[in-house]
Design a protein around this ligand. Structure first.
Ligand code: PLP
Length: 380
C-alpha cells in the first residue's frame, strides 16, 4: 500500500502507541483524584501540555485539551462570540474546512453578518478584501493557516495583524499546519489557535486549543472543572499523552523533514505533468505546505480515479475527507474559480515524512496506465 492521504489522517508514531499503551496499563487513575496514583496521572497530562505548548510557542497554561480539531474550532468560535454579544459581525475566508464553514452557516442563521473573504485562482487570499471586511464592530475573525485540500498557506502573522490593530480577536485553524511549518504564537498576534493530534502522527480524538492569556472564552462543554473550567469531562489521558509525544517528535523533525517532503511532492507534480500534460496543479502559484498536492485531471471524475488508485494500492483523496463521496465539486476549488470539469477531476495527494522516493516513482509508473483505462471506459 502507498499511503498518500496524510491530510485525512497520519500514521501514529510507534513511540506514540507505546506511550499510550503504557498509560492505559499503568496510568488509569483519574487525574482529578487526590491520591498519589491520580496525581501521577495528572503529572503525565501536565507533561503532555508542556510538550504541546513547546511545539507552538505557548505557555502550558494557554493549552486546553479537547477531542480534536473540530471541537477546538467550535469552542474557539462559539466561546469567543459568546463573550462579545454586542458585536454581530464575523469574518472568515471562503476556503475554510467544514468545521468552520458549517458553524459559520449556523451563525448566519442566528443573525450574524458573516463575510467570506475571497481567494484568487491560486488560492491566495484577497488581502484588500480582508482589510476592508474587518472593522471595529467585528466580533471575531477566523482563518486557516494551511488549506487541507490544496496546502495553500495564508500569511497568518500579517493577516492577523490587520485584525489585531482594530482590536478584533483572531482564531486560527492550524490543523493542517502543525508539524509542517513552524508555528509561534509568542510572536503571532492571535488569541486562539486550533490543532489536532491525528494530523501530526498522534492519535485520533484528541486535540488542543491555544487560548492566549486574558482571552475571554465561554466553555462549550460544561461539567466538571477540568481544563481550568473551560472544558468539562474527564481527560482523555492516553490521547493527551500520545499527543504530547507526537508534538515532541514534530518539533524534533522540524524543517529538515519538511524540505525532504517538499522535494518528493515536487517530484510527484513534475512527473505527473510530464506524463499527463492536461493535468493542473491547483494552488501551485501560491505558497504551500510541504506535503500537499492537489492535481486535476480534466474530463475525469475524481471518484473513479480514486477507485482505480485504490485497486492499485494507492490511497489518496478528493477534496476533504468529509466532503468526498458527494459529487459536488469542492467549495475550495469553486472559490478559486476552477471550472467544474476541472474541479470534478481533482485528486489530493498528501505525503508525510514516511513517504519514500520509491513510492512516488511507483505512483508515477502506474498512473498513466490507470488513467488511460478510465479514459477508455469513458469513451465506450
Ligand atoms: N480543520 C482542518 C483544516 C482540517 O483539515 C480538519 C480535518 O480534516 C479539521 C479542521 C478537523 O479536525 P478533526 O478531524 O481533528 O476534528
Amino acid at each position: 500500500m502507498i499511503y498518500l492521504d496524510n491530510n485525512a489522517t497520519t500514521m501514529p508514531l510507534p513511540e506514540v502507541v507505546e506511550a499510550m499503551n503504557t498509560v492505559m496499563h499503568t496510568g488509569y487513575a483519574n487525574p482529578s483524584s487526590i491520591h498519589q496514583f491520580g496525581q501521577s496521572v495528572r503529572h503525565r497530562v501536565e507533561c503532555a501540555r508542556e510538550q504541546v505548548a513547546r511545539l507552538i510557542g505557548a505557555t502550558p497554561r494557554e493549552v486546553l485539551f479537547t477531542s480534536g480539531g473540530t471541537e477546538s474550532i467550535n469552542t474557539a468560535i462559539r466561546g469567543a462570540l459568546a463573550e462579545r454579544p454586542d458585536k454581530r459581525r464575523f469574518v472568515t475566508t471562503a476556503v475554510e474546512h467544514s468545521a468552520v464553514m458549517r458553524l459559520t452557516e449556523e451563525l448566519g442563521d442566528e443573525g450574524y453578518a458573516v463575510e467570506y473573504v475571497s481567494v484568487d485562482r491560486e488560492g491566495r487570499l484577497d488581502e484588500a478584501h480582508w482589510a476592508a471586511a474587518i472593522s471595529e464592530d467585528t466580533a471575531l475573525v477566523s482563518l486557516m493557516a494551511a488549506n487541507n485540500e490544496t496546502g495553500v498557506m495564508f500569511d497568518v502573522p500579517r493577516l492577523a495583524g490587520v485584525a489585531a490593530e482594530r482590536g478584533v480577536p483572531v482564531h486560527v485553524d492550524a490543523v493542517q499546519a502543525v508539524g509542517k511549518l513552524p508555528i509561534d504564537v509568542s510572536t503571532w498576534p492571535v488569541a486562539l489557535l486550533s490543532l489536532s493530534a491525528h494530523k501530526f502522527h498522534g492519535p485520533k480524538g484528541v486535540g488542543a486549543l491555544f487560548v492566549r492569556r486574558r482571552t475571554r472564552l465561554r466553555p462549550l462543554i460544561v461539567g466538571g472543572s477540568q481544563e481550568r473550567d473551560l472544558r468539562g469531562g474527564t481527560e482523555n489521558v492516553p490521547g493527551i499523552v500520545g499527543m504530547g509525544v507526537a508534538a515532541e517528535a514534530a518539533l524534533r523533525q522540524g524543517g529538515e523533514a519538511a524540505v525532504r517532503v517538499a522535494g518528493l511532492r515536487d517530484a510527484l507534480e513534475t512527473g505527473v505533468l510530464q506524463r499527463e500534460p492536461a493535468a493542473r496543479v491547483n494552488g501551485a502559484g501560491a505558497p504551500r505546505v510541504c506535503n500537499t498536492s492537489n492535481i486535476s485531471f480534466p474530463g475525469l471524475q475524481a471518484e473513479a480515479i480514486l477507485i482505480v488508485l485504490s485497486e492499485a494500492g494507492i490511497c489518496a483523496s478528493s477534496g476533504s475527507a468529509c466532503s468526498s463521496g458527494s459529487l459536488e465539486p469542492s467549495h475550495v476549488l469553486k472559490a478559486m474559480g476552477i471550472e467544474d470539469h476541472i474541479a470534478h477531476g481533482a485528486i489530493r495527494f498528501s505525503l508525510s515524512r514516511f513517504t519514500t522516493r520509491e513510492e512516488i516513482d511507483q505512483v508515477l509508473r502506474m498512473l498513466p496506465e490507470l488513467l488511460a483505462r478510465l479514459t477508455a471506459l469513458g469513451r465506450r
